[in-house]
Design a protein around this ligand. Structure first.
Ligand code: TNX
Length: 481
């Protein structure tokens, strides 16, 4: 191939420039991330060196020098020629996304986990890349079925490959409470013992959760933990009898659908419980968001529901975090700094926008990863319709809810609910190939992209997923090569 850069025994990775004016860090995290991706498959030393260190080989340079303000926190420039590669960015997020681009333009074998002969050729390119939306996310429901940290990290790394920057963990629901809370050990000794269908449960210790959070952070991804309240709480109600209005603990739910569970919302000991739990979650969550759920609280009196979510949002705020909730929380005065996640009700989205709240778009009929692609999809549901790759790609987050000022839409998120999803293979088959569709809607302007272009570009990724040992659904609309 003409031009471009060959990775060899002598190639080094160099970090130049200090902490940028934005306060964001230099490229050293990204340099280590890149080396960590490449060393196991190339077998090359790829030393991360300070500028000017000895060595005659070509170099991949990460530098803040020359970064212009329009790159923002997440933008980057990447120039690759036969003499070397240079990444220019204003901070660690931009450097990290450049690493993912480098990963995507290397041969597919880069996704493997053992040494491959190469050649490891980086094509000559000049790229200037800045995302459209600041919130580009996916969600994994670890409550309906539990997934161990290693599986969750595989999913996070997949999200990173497509430059998603938010990973929402749905940690609690009727069928399981999946995060250790020191002040209330029953939540996991009882609430984490099972799952949908009555099989085994599981939960993250605080340490495991912290490790997952830092694994994500190294890839530029903020974990958004969700404690779903006051509905979707049967596992908590089973664990702590006094959270129930009648003081009687039900069993942990194992049916997929529970529509009436509710914390006893107006009681002071319930408020103290919520404050304890949110304090612990805030303590182990470095990211700026805590999601308080708030969806489908059909067993809660509406006025009491509003008082409850207002109070929960205030507790989140008191810990210096921004509250996030499903669109129903817009029926309450949760405060203009709250982020509302639209999934079903356009009136809730409009109401939130009219009171200055920002909105993340997760419309079920477009963005729900638990919807089947078509009748042949082995797992998943259909209540919001089939979502094939074309449907997943064919909408604009800013225009999804007619009448919303586009500026209130901060981005999109694709949730994977796991009532029917029980293995990592299922997760990957539901996410691939749709996840890159959502990633492109989040990153690229609406003008200049098209389904025709997308499906042909996407086709090349099948080999990468296979090389990485990942499952995917071969949607017939994609011309897999
Ligand atoms: C609705 S979406 C729910 C979830 C289910 C999902 C299944 C939302 C906020 N609530 O509890 O898992 O549908 O698709």
């Amino acid at each position: 191939m003409a031009g471009g850069l060959e990775l060899t025994e002598d190639t080094t990775i160099t970090v130049r420039g200090g902490v940028h004016r934005t306060g964001a860090a230099d490229g050293s995290g990204a340099a280590e991330l890149l080396a960590g991706y490449l060393r196991p498959v190339t077998g090359l030393p790829l030393a991360v060196t300070p500028p000017g260190a000895a060595g005659g080989g070509s170099s991949i340079v990460f530098t803040t020098e020359g970064a212009d303000t329009r790159l923002g926190d997440e933008g980057y420039e990447l120039r690759i020629g036969s003499g070397g590669a240079e990444v220019v960015a204003g901070g660690s997020a931009g450097f990290g996304w450049a690493v993912q681009t480098i990963r995507q333009i290397l041969p597919a074998e880069v996704e493997g986990d053992r040494v491959t002969a190469g050649p490891w050729h980086l094509p000559a390119v000049t790229i200037r890349d800045v995302p459209r939306f600041p919130w580009r996310g996916t969600m994994l429901d670890v409550a309906r079925h539990f997934f161990a940290p290693a599986d969750v990290e595989r999913v996070i790394d997949l999200a990173a490959l497509y430059k998603l920057n938010r990973f929402h963990l749905h940690l609690t629901d009727d069928q399981g409470w999946r995060l250790e809370i020191r002040g209330h050990p029953e939540l996991t000794t009882i609430g984490a013992t099972t799952s949908v269908g009555g099989g085994p449960g599981g939960y993250f210790t605080r340490e495991q959760y912290a490790d997952v959070v830092s694994y994500a952070a190294r890839r530029g991804i903020v974990v958004v933990p969700e404690i779903d309240m006051p509905g979707h709480t049967e596992a908590a109600l089973a664990s702590i009898p006094w959270l129930n209005g009648d003081g009687q603990a039900p069993p942990v739910a194992t049916d997929p659908v529970v529509l009436t569970s509710s914390l006893a919302v107006d009681r002071e000991d319930t408020a103290r419980f919520v404050a304890d739990v949110l304090a612990e979650v805030a303590e182990i969550t470095p990211g700026p968001y805590i999601h308080i759920g708030g969806d489908e609280s059909l067993g809660t009196d509406p006025a009491a529901y509003r008082r409850f979510v207002e109070r929960a949002a205030a507790v989140v705020r008191a810990h210096g975090k921004r509250p996030v909730g499903w669109d129903e929380i817009a029926t309450a005065e949760v405060g203009p700094d709250t982020i509302v996640q639209h999934w079903i009700d356009v009136e809730n989205a409009r109401s939130a926008a009219s009171r200055g709240m920002q909105i993340v778009m997760s419309p079920a009929g477009r963005a729900y990863l638990d919807m089947k692609y078509d009748h042949s999809t082995p797992v998943g549901t259909t209540w919001a319709g089939y979502v094939d790759t074309r449907t997943a790609y064919g909408w604009d987050p800013a225009a999804q809810v007619p009448g919303l000022p586009p500026s209130v839409v901060v981005g999109l998120e694709a949730p994977l609910w796991t009532e029917t999803v029980t293995t990592l293979e299922h997760i990957e088959a539901m996410m691939l190939p749709r996840l890159p569709a959502y990633a492109e809607l989040g990153w690229s302007r609406a003008t200049g992209r098209s389904w025709e272009g997308f499906r042909h570009r996407l086709a090349h990724h099948g080999r990468r997923w296979s090389a990485g040992g990942r499952a995917f659904t071969s949607d017939p609309a994609i011309p897999w090569g």
